[in-house]
Design a binder for this molecule. Sequence first.
Ligand code: PBG
Length: 325
Amino acid sequence: MSSFPRVRLRRLRGSAALRGLARETRLSASDFIYPIFVTHGRDVRNEIDPMPGIYQLSLDHLITEVGEVESLGIPAVLLFGIPAKKDAEGTEAYETNGILQEAIRVIKQTAPDLLVIGDVCLCEYTDHGHCGVIENETVDNDKTLELLAKMAVCQADAGADIVAPSAMMDGQVGAIRAALDSYGYENLPIMAYSAKYASGFYGPFRVAADSTPQFGDRNGYQMDPANVQQAMREIEQDIEEGADIVMVKPALSYLDVIATAKKKFGYPMAAYNVSGEYSMVKAAAENEWIDGQRITMEILTSIKRAGADMIISYHAKEMARWLAV
Ligand code: PBG
């Protein structure tokens, strides 16, 4: 390697145009997936306290929301449902007229080209707040698989374009793939939350979805934040079971996991810029301790630079607006 003074790396930083030519990572509205919380009722638009700008929306408001998302050039939404009733088995998750299924139908009628991704997990629907059914004070893996498979098929019946299992049950991708195939949905892709960590960064989401576990925690099924080798095993297993897209979640504290996985598998990769990551930026920006727009762009660029092909983010709409100017 030849070096200074022949090599001067500053030469390509001298103007905005030069920096633009040399830029390695570019964000576009088409990189983003926008999460939406849907709820029963009419004219409901509850702002989520720790997530300024993010709302629980009833179906009438959902129509306006998806119109806006589509006009901003964002290709997909990820839906979370807040049920009318919660019970031990999360029944509303797999009822034909459950809130998530109704929301999918509404979107497919009003914005048929927008991709609709359904979150497949029971925690928003169970009264105990865990991601599956409880047996002997723990989440029973194999019983939960049956319900997750049912939930995925129910979302497919409603018109979902992609299903996204996030319960961190072993075998969930395989079980869902088999169920979808047996109902004729062999072309419906699965976006697997493969490396989903037991993270404090989900705190604001649990307020939004009212899904805080009523006892214990999720450490028995979500991953230990200290592990990266194990994340590769989770991803490898999901790919073997038929995942079409694999995900790392959260994103910002796990950029190394994203980068390692992208290099190792070369597979379509999603990263979830989760609620806590959003809330921290919003809170600091509101205090004028940081420049919110600048920091958001930097964070999202880093997630793409690490290797994510698509980013699920509550910032998606504002990002699309910033990118358009
Ligand atoms: C469902 C689910 C969670 C999130 C996405 N899907 C919550 C959890 O596991 O507690 C979190 C997303 C976010 O924090 O933005 N299991």
